[in-house]
Design a protein around this ligand. Structure first.
Ligand SMILES: N[C@@H](CCC(=O)N[C@@H](CS)C(=O)NCC(=O)O)C(=O)O
Length: 201
């Protein structure tokens, strides 16, 4: 069998950025297939669906950033993306899911807001999440005692808000700003405007 790890990737997708970070932390080499290059034709041919990230993992088809992350952890347990201990792992998975399902909603609402009323509603939605995040990161670099998938998922949504939606986190949320700057340094990004695509960290 030919061993090959191929990521169907869109550079602007936050879920793809999340998976690229997991690959980099684990230093697992992979090939990138840019789905925008052929309007997702090869992705559709391979999986009969349109969502990225999708992974061809040595012939095994793995869809969804959460499933891909867990699959990589299983075969490459080095530099674990989860915290130690079952209780913290459960919390980490819950936060990953909250970020992937709840923060994404606020991102979409902000991105789609095309009138002042919708914009105000989206801002209120983000505001309540900023309050939560500002408390979560009070006095902490990461949610657990090291970088985990919870921080990675949250960063990928906040990063999308900054780069694609072009909405700045209000200055009052100092801990959220500190978290973004800490992640910028951890990921060795020159600027928060850059998307993450380093092969290893
Ligand atoms: N829960 C999925 C979400 C993936 C997702 O929403 N992908 C978007 C890009 S950010 C996509 O490919 N949308 C295209 C489509 O649904 O046709 C994950 O974590 O991977």
């Amino acid at each position: 069998m030919i061993m090959a790890v191929k990521l169907f990737n869109s550079q602007t997708s936050m879920f793809c950025e999340k998976v690229r970070m997991v690959f980099a932390i684990k230093k697992v080499p992979y090939e990138v297939i840019d789905v925008r290059a052929d309007e997702r034709k090869s992705l559709l041919e391979y999986t009969n669906q349109r969502k990225v990230p999708t992974l061809n993992y040595n012939g095994e088809c793995v869809i969804d950033s959460t499933v891909i992350s867990a699959r990589l952890e299983k075969d490459h347990p080095q530099n674990s993306i989860y915290p130690d201990g079952a209780a913290n792992k459960g919390l980490c998975l819950a936060l990953e899911d909250w970020s992937d399902e709840v923060l994404i909603h606020a991102n979409h609402a902000m991105r789609r807001a095309d009138n002042p009323e919708a914009k105000q509603k989206a801002e209120a939605e983000w505001d309540s999440h900023f309050k939560t995040l500002d408390q979560m990161y009070a006095g902490k670099k990461f949610i657990f005692d090291k970088l985990t998938l919870a921080d990675i998922s949250i960063f990928s949504q906040l990063h999308y808000l900054y780069t694609a939606v072009k909405y700045d986190v209000p200055a009052q949320y100092k801990n959220v700003h500190a978290f973004l700057e800490n992640m910028r340094q951890t990921l060795k990004l020159k600027s928060l405007a850059d998307s993450f695509d380093a092969p290893s960290l």
